[in-house]
Design a protein around this ligand. Structure first.
Ligand SMILES: NC(=O)c1ccc[n+]([C@@H]2O[C@H](COP(=O)([O-])OP(=O)(O)OC[C@H]3O[C@@H](n4cnc5c(N)ncnc54)[C@H](O)[C@@H]3O)[C@@H](O)[C@H]2O)c1
Length: 269
């Protein structure tokens, strides 16, 4: 028996990266999947791969910037499978070129980032809750980020939106815990699939090296690492865990920020 047998799960951003890995893992554990994404071509491929392994899944178009589309996505779970147990608000937007330091940040970029990274999570949660309550509860898993907890040189809007996701996660947990809905956030560090690592442009290669050196474990995160955590949070094994932000970042946020410098200077005091 799978760890998610008879559960119905919606995963946004299921056409690639962590969402794809999670949709496939959930399906292999017996969940019926509403795989949702804006990229239908890639999504159809993911759904086919799930079905080829005898999993159950549908491909559902969603643009997480559009309230009506989010409503339709929730309704698709009800119409197809009759219920909803798990919502993974995973899809997001990050525009490296325009999400700059706060002085140079354009209001359009700020608004769009809030729309796709925070408002979308609120809307998914808002429309999932009534459906989950009909079956006595569920598990909502939001994707935050390391970037929502510490400052960076750019990505000001992304950081603020992801910090907002953490706040929303806690509010949801507080407000609906007694009614059987748990809500937790996953905060990934750098997570890249093998293809991206192998084909990374020079700038990204250098950034990967910095992360490699700073992490407490000896590798970069893989989407499967996040899928494994999402599976735990979706399953009944995490029944006593709600309102938490769990860092899946190779330990990068656990260390005193001076440690890498202390190490490199080989201080002996
Ligand atoms: N990759 C990382 O290093 C990292 C680190 C921290 C947090 N995160 C967060 O993890 C989550 C997943 O990231 P990933 O790296 O797997 O992303 P990804 O780019 O591999 O996949 C994102 C998916 O979301 C879909 N998407 C984009 N805009 C959409 C929209 N408007 N409506 C519906 N779907 C849309 C894309 O088509 C794509 O399939 C995001 O919330 C991201 O912010 C990623």
């Amino acid at each position: 028996m799978g760890r998610l047998e008879n559960k119905v799960a919606i995963i946004t951003g299921a056409a690639s990266g962590m969402g794809e890995a999670t949709a496939k893992l959930f399906a292999s554990e017996g969940a019926k999947i509403v795989a949702a994404d804006i990229n239908m071509e890639a999504l159809e491929r993911v759904v086919k791969e799930i079905k080829d392994k005898n999993g159950e899944a549908i491909a559902q178009f969603v643009d997480i910037g559009e309230e009506e589309k989010i409503k339709e996505m929730i309704q698709a779970a009800v119409d197809t499978y009759g219920r909803l147990d798990i919502l993974h608000n995973n899809a997001a937007r990050l525009d490296f070129k325009n999400d700059l330091n706060v002085k140079d940040l354009d209001v359009f970029e700020w608004d769009e980032t809030m729309r796709y990274n925070l408002r979308s999570v609120m809307l998914g949660t808002k429309y999932a809750i009534p459906v989950m309550l009909e079956n006595g509860g569920g598990s909502i898993i939001n994707t935050a980020s390391m970037g929502g907890q510490v400052g960076e040189l750019t990505k000001s809007a992304y950081a603020a939106a992801k910090a907002g996701v953490i706040g929303l996660t806690k509010s949801t947990a507080v407000q609906f815990g007694k009614q059987g809905i748990r809500c937790n956030a996953i905060a990934p560090g750098m997570v890249l699939n093998d293809f991206i690592i192998e084909n990374a442009p020079e700038g990204l290669k250098q950034l990967i090296e910095v992360y490699q050196e700073t992490k407490l474990v000896n590798r970069i995160g893989n989407p499967r690492d996040i899928a494994n955590l999402a599976l735990f949070l979706a399953s009944e094994e995490s029944d006593f865990i709600t309102g938490q932000v769990i860092n899946a970042d190779g330990g990068i946020l656990a260390q005193n920020p001076t440690v890498p410098q202390v190490k490199s200077k080989n201080l002996n005091w």
